[in-house]
Design a protein around this ligand. Structure first.
Ligand code: FMN
Length: 265
């Protein structure tokens, strides 16, 4: 009998949502896919035994919101079978392992780990910027990897990306140790340029952490940014930055995945 899955994810600029959606649809067309900030997520996880859990890698770590979500709901995971899916711009070492280890501590059984390279989401840094063609190519490769692996997963063989001790060491010494302070707490460094901001409230509504508020035309943050870059990638005035000082290239996965679908027809 085919396994029943649900998929849960955190996604800032849409990469993880795209990958997890693609994977789960190929595994089980009717499976639910729910964002971790959605109220339905707890009920969904309780209902399903097999879970695909996706998130973007940040400085070779799982986002703070993902780690908190796991630990704040630690009773949820006992007996669950989880495939951790980490999307990344370049390298993570043990991206999938970061959540897998926490889930295991909470009693989950780890089916596997999957690393998917996708376009970089850091809109306010010059690093890793690619042309549109290159981005589409990267997404195509990720799609192909997913399609290939689904066949194996259906026959019970799960990928094990990022779960080995070697991957752990690579993630730890490759980046995580050096950037530990950036990911230890939520960030209070989100900057909103008041001279550019028009008070549209877009960022307020889309923030998964409810970190941004708009009162009487004044926009402010609560210091609880999980660094997902959703607000930064969607601000119509490019008024929001975090790591850098200005926007080089706003990135949204759907701008490229839509093109992919159209060009594939
Ligand atoms: C704050 C931050 C840190 C990141 N650190 C890494 C990293 O260490 N390694 C990497 O390969 N990609 C890194 N990335 C890129 C994202 O992991 C990648 O683009 C991911 O697919 C974004 O997924 P999303 O669109 O679902 O948010 C980082 C992105 C952000 C915003």
């Amino acid at each position: 009998m085919e396994k029943k899955y649900c998929a849960i994810y955190l996604s800032g600029t849409g990469n993880t949502k795209f990958c997890v959606s693609k994977l789960i649809k190929l595994l089980d067309e009717n499976a639910p896919i729910v964002a971790i900030e959605d109220d339905a997520v707890i009920h969904t996880v309780k209902t399903y035994e097999n879970i695909i859990f996706g998130y973007p890698v940040q400085f070779s770590n799982a986002p703070k919101m993902v780690r908190d979500f796991i630990l704040e709901n630690k009773d949820l995971w006992r007996g669950k079978k989880v495939l951790c899916v980490a999307t990344m711009g370049a390298f993570s070492g043990d991206g999938a392992g970061c959540a897998a280890r926490l889930l295991k501590k909470c009693g989950a059984f780890i089916l596997g780990g999957l690393h998917l390279k996708m376009p970089d989401s850091v809109c306010d840094s010059k690093l890793l910027k690619k042309s549109d063609e290159e981005k589409i190519q990267i997404i195509r490769h990720a799609e192909e990897k997913i399609e290939r692996l689904v066949l194996q997963i259906k026959s019970g063989k799960f990928p094990q990306d990022g779960l080995s001790i070697f991957a752990h060491v690579a993630g730890l010494f490759g980046q995580r140790l050096w950037f530990y302070n950036k990911t230890k707490h939520y960030s209070g460094k989100l900057k909103i340029d008041q001279t550019l901001c028009v008070g549209c409230g877009n960022c307020v509504h889309i923030c998964p952490m409810k970190n941004i508020s708009l009162e009487g035309g004044d926009i402010s943050t609560r210091g609880k940014c999980t660094m997902c870059y959703r607000c930064i990638s969607l601000c119509p005035k490019k008024a929001i930055t975090l790591v850098g000082k200005r926007i080089y290239q706003q990135y949204r996965a759907e701008n490229y995945t839509n093109k992919l679908i159209i060009s594939d027809r």
